[in-house]
Design a protein around this ligand. Structure first.
Ligand code: DP6
Length: 318
């Protein structure tokens, strides 16, 4: 039996991934850009050659669909694999309002390949992690990360790459947790429904390359107003196509709108803060480090919990 432990951090997309050009290989309809978060992490230990398959997350044995998704991922690494134990621990509560699938599959890709005695490079690990959950492709690096849509049918050109390290630009992401309860529609199901039924989906896809180009330029120039605009536009374009799906994929709650309005008010008062949202009701706000506490204070009026997070988070194998 061989064992390996890896840690990886969640990431938040600034230019959004929503929709798949190939569902079986999990290839995205659009390219995306994210920041990896420091502090919060998933730590995963894999024992390759155990008495029986076992998947444990946060101290609880998981079964059914959740375990099947992890075991299918291990089968991709080696279809003739021995029984494997996966023990995974998140240091952030589910109620923190952050998706854990990105850090989970990035940590699993690292730990499982190391335990299997393989030494893939990070690009190959990104291709592998993508097949567990798309956003996981981006958690193989810290800092600012781009995930290419790629053109190849086999998906080998659809992996992430590091645009800039964490210390390139000292921003903060303020996370306003409007609700910590489980989302009614998961992102995979939501995406597929959106692309099958929303007449706005092609417009979201068509706008994405230009959003990404302008956002990359803004990161290189450290131009927060330019980046903030592209991030908010990508977010609203994604939510417009979700809401126009049938039945609608609508994650917004009353508190969501209150937070979005607060950020607009802050901006009118001269505070450089811009919002983004994912497949849930929580609002994430990008701003300068010096203004993060003031932004958080205002959001506390509408959110049950507010966290100020730094950019960082290189993954590693212990
Ligand atoms: C809204 O990566 O969770 O957070 O590939 O189906 O597992 P699957 O989806 P997932 O979707 C993330 C969607 C998003 C935007 C983003 O992270 O880019």
């Amino acid at each position: 039996m061989r064992s390996a432990t890896a840690t990886a951090h969640p990431n938040i997309a600034l230019i959004k991934y929503w929709g798949k050009r190939d569902a079986a290989l999990n290839l995205p309809a659009v390219p995306s850009l994210s920041i990896t978060l420091d502090g919060f992490r998933t730590e995963t230990t894999v024992r390759w050659g155990a008495p029986a398959d076992l998947v444990q997350i946060d101290g609880r044995r998981v079964e059914g669909k959740e375990a099947a998704r992890v075991l299918a991922f291990l089968d991709r690494i080696d279809p003739a694999r021995p029984p494997v134990e996966v023990l995974s621990q998140n240091n952030f509560p589910a109620a923190a309002g952050l998706a854990s699938s990105a850090s989970a599959f990035a940590a699993l890709a690292l730990a499982a390949t190391a335990a299997a005695g393989l030494q893939p490079d990070r690009q190959a690990l990104s291709v592998l992690a993508r097949q567990g959950s798309g956003s996981a492709a981006r958690s193989l690096w810290g800092g600012w990360v781009v995930w290419d849509r790629g053109e190849r049918p086999d998906g080998l050109d659809s992996h992430a790459w590091p645009l800039a390290p964490a210390d390139h630009w000292d921003l903060r992401l303020v996370v306003a947790v409007v609700s910590g309860s489980r989302k009614p529609v998961g992102s995979t199901e939501g995406m597929i429904r959106t692309q099958q039924t929303s007449p706005l989906f092609p417009a979201f896809v068509a706008a994405a390359p230009e959003r990404l180009r302008l956002a990359i330029q803004a990161v290189q120039d450290r131009d927060l107003a330019a980046l903030g605009e592209q991030m908010e536009r990508s977010t609203y374009e994604m939510h417009a196509t979700m809401i126009s799906a049938w039945p609608p994929v609508r994650y917004w709650q009353e508190g969501t709108v209150a937070c979005l309005r607060t950020v607009e008010e802050l901006r009118a008062q001269g505070v450089g803060a811009w919002s983004t949202m994912d497949a849930g009701p929580n609002v994430k706000v990008l701003c300068e480090a010096a203004q993060a506490e003031g932004v958080a204070e205002r959001l506390r009026e509408h959110a049950a919990r507010v966290e100020v997070l730094r950019i960082g988070g290189e993954p590693r194998v212990e």
